[in-house]
Design a protein around this ligand. Sequence first.
Ligand SMILES: Nc1nc2c(c(=O)[nH]1)N[C@H]1C(S)=C(S)[C@@H](COP(=O)(O)O)O[C@H]1N2
Ligand SMILES: [Mo]
Length: 210
Amino acid sequence: MGRSENEQAAASEARGLPPGQRLQRGWPVLHYGPIPRFKPATWELQVFGATADGEKHSWTFEEFTTLPRTEVTGDFHCVTRFSMLGNRWGGVSTATLLELVPPAPEVTHVMVWAEYGFSSNLRLADFADPSTLLATHRDGDPLTVEHGFPVRLVVPHLYAWKGPKWVRAVEYMTADRRGFWEERGYHNLGDPWREQRYTYQESPGDGPEP
Ligand SMILES: Nc1nc2c(c(=O)[nH]1)N[C@H]1C(S)=C(S)[C@@H](COP(=O)(O)O)O[C@H]1N2
Ligand SMILES: [Mo]
């Protein structure tokens, strides 16, 4: 169940909405392409790229469900201007993942990969933020498949396209590289408080050289 508009409004008053955003009743479903079918027998979550030990790591679904869990309250801002405030997300903290599979010292960015090759790039600091998590639940309920079951990334301080649904891999990178929407006109950083919506708004240094 989503929270009531009144509760959202109260939270919004306390924190304020980012510029150009409005409150949304309910939880819209928004993505590019089809909804993948979850296959528990072959599903795995991978960490690859510039790991500290040079090895690729992966968890089966069974193993993933045994990882330490956390809860974070955070907002959700879609670049198409709807926002939901005060969501209670449950899942595995990205800090835990970084602890279990440390990145090499040269890592500056990560690419988060989803089913069908969807991806989004993040600065390591944004990925490592204490409020960023690999979410499996919202407001106590497991994610439905259209919202990313079994696991999606949630980065409350960035626009929601930075949070791939149906996550399958995290790539540690030693340089920045644009993800799916970042290659298609969206801002490389995506801070809603600075209204970093589109590529043409980028300042030098906000993104990788074209
Ligand atoms: N795999 C995947 N994840 C995605 C997207 C997508 O197209 N594919 N769209 C993003 C965008 S633009 C938004 S606003 C949110 C929407 O999440 P929701 O459908 O749960 O509201 O998912 C993000 N994650
Ligand atoms: Mo979005």
